[in-house]
Design a protein around this ligand. Structure first.
Ligand code: NAD
Length: 338
């Protein structure tokens, strides 16, 4: 009872994370590949036991409709191509899993949601951190009230992006710089872990004039989100900082910290509260599982059981609306209400 996936785009994420993750999945299997490079796709198909007749190009992508083994299409292309491939994919009648960020604007995200609704197919955005065991354990601490009332969230997700020619630094293909690519993890975590939606945004971006990498997009961004309950999130993200990723949540009864918070492997969680005068720090033992396998298995279960994904298109759309408010605040220097 495994759901067949077609993988669209054979770049770094597909080759290094997604395809290997099928080996740890329970309900998912790769059955088709869509690539611009047929020879490369044939080699990968052989490696994963995918039938050579189930290799498609971008031009004949719609022929997936005729392959009954394919139940789900996983879009792993540059962000600026997500809208086109989700809309074309929905017309094949297959369910769609789309990488984050969902698109390059909220307008595109809305169009993708409408197209999938019209085609009566499911749309899920691949927010892997929401399926990752340490992040889920922290969400559970929050829902169980272990942290008390939430007051603060501080997080950063940054890395060095070297090659000035890559699509991540071209606005039409990326939709922005570090914010939609890696800063999105901080934004999504601030929302997902609290279960609250922000009402106001303040932000700044930095785009150095003398760095060839940042001609079209920001190098760094810092933003703060205000939530109606009084909870606030302060986040930073950069493409010009050594790899750094953490989060810390503060509540009235305890704090919790993850460092790293958004890694593929090796995430760590601890939390602490005062026991009288004594600081009682707890590092729960959480079994590491392949978060890409968990994410694909969730989508497979949604298809098998006819239920809605935990991270539907609407989840991606909410983040796009907040990111647009972040850019507007950075541009105008003003607080932006959502
Ligand atoms: P990549 O550059 O390694 O791969 C992109 C693929 O798209 C390549 O196979 C490339 O040949 C193909 N492609 C087709 N048309 C293209 C064009 N016009 N320009 C550039 N490439 C083109 O990128 P990636 O790191 O695999 O990222 C793909 C998607 O996955 C992005 O949306 C990214 O945000 C997302 N991603 C998510 C995670 C995660 O942890 N969930 C991690 C990395 C990337």
């Amino acid at each position: 009872r495994r759901v067949g996936f077609a993988i669209v785009g054979l770049g770094r994420l597909s080759l290094n994370q997604i395809l290997p993750a099928f080996g740890s999945s329970e309900y998912s299997k790769p059955v088709a590949l869509v690539s611009g490079d047929r020879a490369k796709a044939a080699k990968i198909a052989a490696q994963y036991g995918i039938n050579g007749s189930a290799i498609y190009g971008y031009a004949n992508y719609e022929e997936l409709a005729k392959n009954p083994e394919v139940k789900a299409i996983y879009i792993v292309l540059p962000n600026g191509m997500h809208e086109e491939y989700v809309v074309r994919g929905a017309k094949t009648g297959k369910h769609i899993l789309c990488e984050k960020p969902m698109a390059t604007s909220s307008k595109e995200a809305e169009h993708m949601i409408t197209a999938c609704k019209q085609a009566k197919v499911k749309l899920m955005i691949a927010y892997r951190q929401q399926y990752e065991p340490h992040n889920r354990a922290l969400r559970q601490l929050v829902t169980e009230g272990k942290l008390g009332e939430l007051r603060g969230f501080v997080s950063s997700n940054s890395q060095q992006e070297g090659d000035p020619a890559q699509w991540r630094l071209k606005r039409s293909l990326s939709g922005g710089g570090c914010l939609p690519d890696v800063g999105l993890y901080c934004l999504n975590a601030a929302r997902f872990l609290s279960g609250e939606e922000p009402s106001e945004v303040m932000a700044q971006t930095w785009q150095p004039k003398d760095d060839l990498r940042f001609v079209e997009v920001e190098a760094s961004c810092s933003f703060s989100l205000r939530f109606p309950s009084g909870y606030t999130a302060t986040c930073t993200t950069s493409y010009d900082v050594h790899k750094s990723q953490f989060l810390r949540m503060e509540g009235t009864s305890a704090w919790a910290e993850m460092s790293p918070a958004f890694a593929y492997h090796g995430n760590k969680l601890k939390w602490s509260h005062l026991d009288g005068e004594h600081e009682n720090e707890i590092a729960p033992q959480i079994e590491e599982k392949d978060q890409f396998a968990l994410e694909m298995d969730h989508f497979a279960e949604c298809i098998l059981e006819g239920i809605e994904p935990k991270t539907p298109g609407e989840e991606g759309l909410r983040d796009h609306r907040v990111m647009e408010a972040i850019y507007e605040s950075a541009r105008t220097g003003k607080r932006v209400k959502l």
